[in-house]
Design a protein around this ligand. Structure first.
Ligand code: HSE
Length: 357
């Protein structure tokens, strides 16, 4: 199978490297910027790749929504399978891209878009084929987890921790998406749509880690607690709620002990109970591994088991997410997260959420 790779940054370059050890998949072209064309297989012309009838699958390893979204649409319309690591573009065009893939009888796979190398989507789809999944939550951003970990355990400043995460290849091209919660928002929207088998609301509460201080972490440690940036999605019947927020957890929890760039995702099925998956959520090799696993699903004819048809009509009900809300210095017991976090934004004070005991 001939493939084309769009983008040669941390992900694209590592996908190319890993494919060197895979039989039956050959990289015909890589899309690269005009000033960086160092190899004969590189081209600055997306049309050469997207309209080449020899290319059966496109890997989208570009950052940001545009032009990734337009390239994926064009590839699917030309009957090419698409494998993407780009959560921003997948989330942006979620409905349209899935409909195009269905119309053109091709696969749209994006395991690498959520949780780096962790096979989250694979497991959600496998378990969701039998179980009713009522909750998905977790630490879904390696950069912010790395920063919180280094601030808490190594006494690093916010700025030094961010610089380190960028140097290690964890952060987005614009790291605002990592620290503001926007990256987690894309991921929890993708994961909950798959878990709940329906398209979900995109305008959801979102608070990042910008207001978290060393002093706050020290205070929590004294109470055997820690703070983690998490995406949360819950469903009851056909109603659901989602949010991205700093969450205060017990220091004995698995979440509190997730180090560095690692991610953890939990979900709950009615038969299987709670499942937790843990691994590296950012970085070139883990993310490329997830991309190549998706390419192999297509190459081996297994991809259909990993597609969702979003058959359920769901109703967004933010009141489903309630708990202890920390709004500045005040603690609101059993409050609705959406309302309390909006209040914190209005008052420009820090916000954190704790699940009801
Ligand atoms: N910037 C992202 C993160 C990369 O830090 O998790 C993986 O999606």
């Amino acid at each position: 199978m001939n493939i084309g790779i769009l983008g040669y940054g941390t992900v694209g370059r590592n996908v190319h490297k890993l494919l060197g050890a895979v039989d039956g998949v050959s990289v015909k072209y890589v899309l690269e910027q005009r000033g960086k064309l160092t190899e004969s297989f590189m081209t600055p012309d997306p049309e050469l790749i997207l309209s080449d009838p020899d290319i059966e699958l496109i890997v989208d390893a570009l950052p940001g929504i545009h032009p990734s979204y337009e390239y994926m649409k064009e590839a699917l319309s030309h009957g090419k399978h698409v494998v993407s690591s780009n959560k921003a573009a997948i989330c942006f065009g979620f409905t349209e891209l899935h409909e195009l893939a269905k119309e053109n009888h091709v696969s749209l796979l994006y395991e690498a878009s959520c949780g780096g190398g962790i096979p989250i989507i694979e497991e959600i789809l496998r378990i969701g084929a039998l179980d009713d999944i009522s909750r998905v939550s977790g630490i879904l951003n390696g950069t912010s987890n790395y920063m919180l970990w280094q601030m808490d355990k190594a006494g690093m400043s916010y700025e030094d921790a961010l610089r380190d995460a960028q140097r290690l290849g964890y952060a987005e091209a614009d790291p605002t998406a990592d620290v503001s919660g926007f990256d987690v928002k894309n991921k929890i929207i993708i994961l909950s749509s798959l878990a709940f088998d329906g398209y979900v609301e995109k305008d959801i509460p979102m608070i990042g880690i910008e207001a978290i201080t060393k002093e706050m972490m020290d205070g929590l440690r004294a109470q055997q607690k820690a703070v983690k940036l998490m995406g949360i999605a819950v469903k009851e019947g056909d109603r659901y709620a989602l949010a991205v927020t700093p969450v205060i957890v017990s220091s004995l929890s698995l979440e509190a002990n997730v180090p560095l760039n690692f991610n953890i995702v939990s979900f709950e099925g009615n038969y299987v109970g709670e499942v937790k998956l843990y691994g590296q959520g950012a970085g070139g090799d883990p993310t490329a591994d997830a991309v190549v696993r998706d390419i192999l699903k297509v190459a081996r004819g297994d991809a259909a088991c990993y597609e969702r048809h979003f058959t359920k009509t769901l109703a967004y009900d933010p009141s489903l997410l309630r708990g202890r809300c920390h709004v500045g210095d005040r603690v609101l017991e059993d409050a609705v997260l959406a309302e309390a976090s909006a209040q914190a934004i209005r008052e420009q004070v820090p916000f954190a959420f704790e699940f009801n005991a």
